[in-house]
Design a binder for this molecule. Structure first.
Ligand SMILES: C[S@@+](CC[C@H](N)C(=O)[O-])C[C@H]1O[C@@H](n2cnc3c(N)ncnc32)[C@H](O)[C@@H]1O
Length: 365
């Protein structure tokens, strides 16, 4: 028999079964906002993958018209448009859908210094790795760099291309006093952890009197870099599969750049010391790392902090731990980087906060 006696227990907020506790409901609002954001990004990712997002960028219309442009199924297109209407990206008027003004600019290529669809694909990649990362979080084993490939390297390459076009020379390099002049005059430069060679090739093309070599341990990245250098006809670029912790170079370089490449390392202290040894007296390391102070209370307040810490947890910390490293993470920041640079043998370090959300360290031996 079913008991129909009304439950008259007062709401205490102590896990009572008769209704939601007020403090839980208050906390729920933040969680719901985050779920909404998560689902908006997931739905945008589905649109990116299915072609519906591109079709919508071509122009508005009914769900059928947009579906036809994308070569997608009508009913799925309709539900996708409904979800984006709820998310506030799409306006609906009598059966016709269009992107809300301003939102189209976010997705149209070339209007931002990065391709936002790369973020959608990163989210998809990280989502697919939750099982492995969760296991690694319990066991402390990390996740090796190879487990994220080839997608991670390709996405990084796509993300960084336009960003470096805009900021590498005019902001990162220009922030180190006298560096542009030295590169123009002709010096020996290495890019440590060069990846697909976006920065390397841009520098080599801009400073033809200088000689460049890119080091990386990822053969896939090195072949992308080689193709890029060949396509641009760059005769001043060499590439080598070499572990940054074992550069084994003694005073042969004038400039080293390491863009987004130190915090992932298994032995970041050894890498920095190897770079310091590789530099000639007066040589400079240009180390570009995500903008962070290293003080959680300061960094957590930055608008990009959640994304920074979350991607760091899902990738940067794990790859370093898997390589036997300290798992510095992308947000290790200035307060940890400066002592490490000094311990590695750099005598003077200047820093520059880039509008691209990077901290540029110019470290001199
Ligand atoms: C986040 S990616 C950055 C790539 C490139 N600098 C860029 O900005 O596009 C880090 C790169 O460091 C490389 N790497 C990691 N550990 C390395 C090591 N011990 N020696 C050389 N390269 C390494 C990875 O293979 C990867 O290509």
């Amino acid at each position: 028999m079913v008991d129909t006696t009304p439950d008259t227990t007062p709401l205490t907020g102590q896990g009572h079964g008769g209704g939601p506790a007020p403090q839980a409901m208050a906390g729920m609002q933040r969680l719901m906002d985050h779920f909404a954001g998560y689902f908006a990004v997931s739905v945008l990712g589905l649109g990116h993958r299915s072609g519906l997002l591109a079709a919508l960028l071509e122009g508005g219309g009914t769900a059928e018209q947009i579906a036809a442009r994308a070569g997608a199924h009508d009913r799925s297109a309709e539900e996708w448009l409904a979800a984006l209407t709820a998310a506030g990206y799409v306006r609906h008027d009598q059966g016709s859908f269009s992107l809300v003004e301003g939102q189209d600019a976010v997705f149209r290529p070339g209007l931002l210094p990065f391709d936002v669809t790369v973020f959608l694909e990163f989210q998809e990649k990280f989502g697919g790795m939750i099982g492995q990362v969760a296991t690694a979080m319990r066991e402390g084993t990390g996740v090796p760099y190879s487990a994220y490939q080839p997608e991670f390297g390709r996405l990084q390459d796509r993300l960084n291309g336009p960003l470096y076009e805009q900021f590498l020379i005019s902001d990162f390099v220009a922030s180190a006093q006298g560096l542009v002049g030295r590169l123009e005059a002709g010096v020996d430069v290495a890019d440590v952890g060069c990846g697909g060679g976006q920065a390397l090739c841009l520098l080599a093309a801009s400073f033809p009197a200088s000689r460049f070599v890119g080091y990386d341990i990822d053969e896939g990245a090195l072949s992308i870099a080689a193709a890029r250098a060949a396509e641009r006809g760059l005769g001043n670029v060499g590439l080598e599969n070499r572990d940054a912790a074992r550069l084994e170079l003694d005073g042969v370089l004038d400039v080293v750049i390491a863009v987004d490449a130190i915090h992932d390392q298994g032995a970041p202290d050894e890498v920095l010391a190897a770079i310091a040894r590789a530099l000639r007296p007066g040589g400079v390391l240009l180390m570009v790392e995500p903008l962070a102070s290293g003080e959680l209370d300061v960094d957590a307040a930055r608008p990009t902090a959640l994304m920074g810490f979350a991607t760091s947890l899902s990738h940067c910390v794990q790859v370093s731990l898997a390589a036997g490293g300290p798992g510095l993470g992308a947000m290790w920041g200035k307060s940890r980087a400066l002592p490490m640079l000094r311990a590695a043998g750099f005598r003077t370090v200047t820093t520059h906060e880039s509008p691209a959300d990077y901290l540029v360290y110019a470290a001199y031996v």
